[in-house]
Ligand binder design. Sequence first.
Ligand code: FE2
Length: 278
Amino acid sequence: MKKSKPSSKKSIKSRQGRIAPRQGTSSQKPKQRWIKFVFFSDNHGNMEDTSCTDALVSFMDRFNPDYRIHGGDGFDIKALRKGAEGKDVNDSLEEDIRQGIEFIKRTKPNVYLFGNHEDRLFKTMESSGSGIIRDYCKEIIDYIVSTLKDVGCKIIKPYHAEEGTFQLGPVVFCHGYSANQNSVKEHAIHYAPNGGACVIGHLHTIMQANAKRHKGVVGFCAGWLGKQRTAGYAKNHLNTSTWGNGWCYGWIKGKEWKILQAHKVGGRWVAPIDFDIE
Ligand SMILES: [Fe+2]
């Protein structure tokens, strides 16, 4: 069979591209710019505090981040909690799903990292003895994923300690895989590259922890976006006093990074967006 010849136009173009780069560009590195991101997490379906979402959406309109990273637990899925009983088991998931979906539509994440609460759907889908329950879980997962795709989310990661991370240069993002006093530090040591940072949700606490490692690593926890006093089964636990509403955001260029925590002070949101070290 005769091979078709590439068109002469194409071959000239590609030769020119290899042999004769535009003047002045051959020895210059492409100029890096600061990449902006926002990491928000843990709105927990119908436990969401919509006033936090209002603040987050208006912040993102002004900040105009390159990456809008949802850190997971966007749905609570109470009924499928291990050990759930009484009201939690019997309550419909309808409102939880409706509000979690509405949150995705408003915040338009382009990265979504599933949390342990969404993972209840995946676990139940794999393990339930009831075909109807397995089908229902699959339907909800499909609904969440198709909504994410509709808002332009191209990166969706499972709740998985190896596969569930997203990295931008020296900063690694994930939902969180342990919940104790040292978790923020522990995640930084585990995931952040030397001199970098790790940002998690999961703990609902606004926190920063510098960890001991060569060149240093820093952990951040973004807080959560739920209603502080109505957190269902969690309302009787002392550690809920450490919870706070907020999100993380920042700038990354090469190995450089700066991360800030947005939260309320005196009833007002504080989240400066000026960044001027050029
Ligand atoms: Fe979580």
